[in-house]
Every structure is written in C-alpha cells, then in structure tokens.
Design a protein around this ligand. Structure first.
Ligand SMILES: [Fe+2]
Ligand SMILES: [Fe+2]
Length: 323
C-alpha cells in the first residue's frame, strides 16, 4: 500500500554505519547460533579427573602446599562458581538490553532485532549455566553454595543509571572473551565439556560486546554532563558491589574447600586459601576486565580525566591486591 508517510524506519536507517554494525551482529549471530543439548552438551558429562578453571585465571598454583588432587578440586569449585557468576550477571544484562531496546521500538528495526537476539541468547546462556551447576554437583561433595541471589543483585544493579550498567556490561562481556582466548582455550588439562561450554559462550559474546558499546555510546550521547557524572558515581558503586560479591563467594568457596579437602590445614594455610580465593575472584571478575584495551579505550573516550581519576581511585585497592 502506497502512503505519503516518511520512509519506514528501517529504510531510513539502513545505510548508516551504526545500522551496518547492528546488521553485522545479526548476521554472525544467525550463523553461529547453537543449542544447549544438540551442540554443547551432546550427552557428555564433566571429567572430574581434569580441571575446570584454568591456571591462568584460578591462581591456584600460588598455593604451593596443595597436592595436585587438591588443586584440581579447588579448580572445580572455582569453575562451578564461574558458571554461576555468569548466570548471575546475565540476569541483569538481559533485562537491561531488553530495556535499551525500547529506544529502537519505533526506530531502527535492525538495531531492535540485534538486541532482541542478544536478550534471547542471554536467556539461553543462563539456562546453560544453571545446567552446568547441576552437572558439577554430581561430582562434588554436598555443601557448595552460590551465595548471591540473581534477582536481588539484578534489582540492585538495575536501580543504577543505564550509563553505569552498560559500562559494567561491556566490561564483563569483554573479559569473558579475553578469558577464553588467553586462558581457557590454551589450557590442555581442562575437562573437555567445561572448555567447550566457554567456547560456545565466547562465540555469542563477541557480538554482545559490540552491541554493548553501541548502546553505551548511544546512551552517553543522550545524557547531560550532570547525568554522566551520576553515571560515573554509579559505576564506582557497581565496582564496589561486584567486589562485595567476590568477597562473599570467595569466603564461601574457601570454607567449602577446607571442609571437604579431606585433611586439616594450619591456620596460616587456611588464611592463604582465603586470600587466594578473593585474589582470584577479583582478578577474574574485575581486574582482567578493566585491563582489556578495548574497554580502556571506550571509557577513556566517554569519561573526563577527573572522572577517570575517580574510577581509578575506586579500583586502586583491588588492583593493589589482585593486579
Ligand atoms: Fe552470555
Ligand atoms: Fe552476553
């Protein structure tokens, strides 16, 4: 039907470079799309005779007094927590991306499709990571507990400004890829299934990080200087919240390890295990992200030098411990 109205939104935007980037994410997302059972699990189980978390991320090698089997058990604990951490953050990431899609409802339909696909993928990833937790439980003693509650954390995160949430999201989605490339993929001693899960996850996260950056820049462009200042304050708060989650789970996981390792440890050894776990989780969930060159480039572009100083001051004690 011919009308005299303006061209459709998608045609209006079809040739902009930004739309082309959203379109590229859709194209790759369709090409690499995978299913949990058919492509990832394939009727397999974890090999508990091999490690889950790679040495490059776990820092377990620093605990020289542990026997190889104890190090392997600790890598299973960290690897189970790693899956649960992703399920946790993807609860708020999915909700935030769905919320951001509203800005495209009656606009760029290509961008809308890209964000809807990303939301769908994050729902699938959460299901995959819940599945991983149940499969990990079959080869580990009872008593493991993942402390932070996804909905409570998501509600707290989503109460912060979108500028801050998108910054944290870009950071997470970039470190998830960096972890795979630099530590998981090259480690030949890992359980094949655990490794494959993060290979498949990495494939979809590559598009997510592109979308996070596009949405973070779009949000940034819309805000006043005062709103951006608030965004920085919120991001500083979120770094503190992530650090609190790292501390809570590190102490739960260290206690679970000590209770189930099958021998006693001296007070000094127990303290070293406690410290190692916090250091490892700070490294995994904070330090590796802020050190990603792509993240550093974007945030330096969006934040003023004074704002970068504020963010740097919030990170300083964490980097001093785990950097
Ligand atoms: Fe994901
Ligand atoms: Fe993602």
């Amino acid at each position: 039907m011919e009308t005299t109205l303006a061209p459709t939104a998608s045609r209006q935007h079809a040739d902009t470079p930004t739309t082309a980037r959203y379109a590229r994410c859709i194209e790759v997302s369709k090409r690499i799309r995978w299913e949990i059972e058919r492509d990832v699990i394939r009727d397999r189980r974890f090999d508990f005779g091999r490690k889950f978390m790679p040495d490059g991320l776990s820092k377990i090698e620093e605990l020289a007094f542990l026997a190889p089997a104890e190090k392997r058990f600790l890598s299973h604990i960290q690897g189970r927590t790693y899956a649960n951490m992703f399920a946790l953050v993807e609860r708020f990431i999915g909700a935030k991306i769905l919320e951001m899609s509203e800005g495209h409802w009656l606009g760029d339909q290509v961008a809308l499709e890209a964000l809807v696909r990303m939301t769908d993928e994050e729902l699938k990833h959460q299901e995959l990571f819940r599945r991983l937790d149940r499969m990990a439980a079959t080869g580990m003693p009872d008593g493991y507990e993942f402390k932070p509650q996804p909905n409570d954390v998501a509600a707290a995160v989503l109460s912060k400004s979108s500028w801050a949430v998108l910054g944290l999201t870009l950071d997470i989605e970039l470190f998830s890829q960096a972890h795979y490339r630099s530590s998981i993929e090259p480690d030949a001693e890992l359980s094949e299934l655990w490794k494959d899960v993060f290979l498949f996850h990495w494939k979809e996260e590559s598009q997510h990080a592109i979308l996070d950056e596009l949405e973070w820049r779009r949000e940034h462009a819309r805000l006043s200087a005062a709103e951006r200042e608030q965004g920085v304050s919120d991001l500083v708060d979120l770094v503190g919240a992530v650090d609190g989650i790292c501390a809570m789970q590190a102490s739960a996981d260290a206690a679970y390890f000590v209770a189930n390792a099958g021998r006693s440890f001296t007070a000094a050894e127990t303290a070293a295990i406690d410290d190692l776990m916090l250091k490892a989780y700070r490294w995994q969930y904070i330090v590796t992200g802020v050190r990603e060159p792509r993240f550093a480039d974007v945030i330096r572009e969006l934040a003023t030098p004074a704002q970068m100083d504020r963010i740097g001051a919030a990170l300083a004690p964490i980097l001093a411990h785990a950097g």
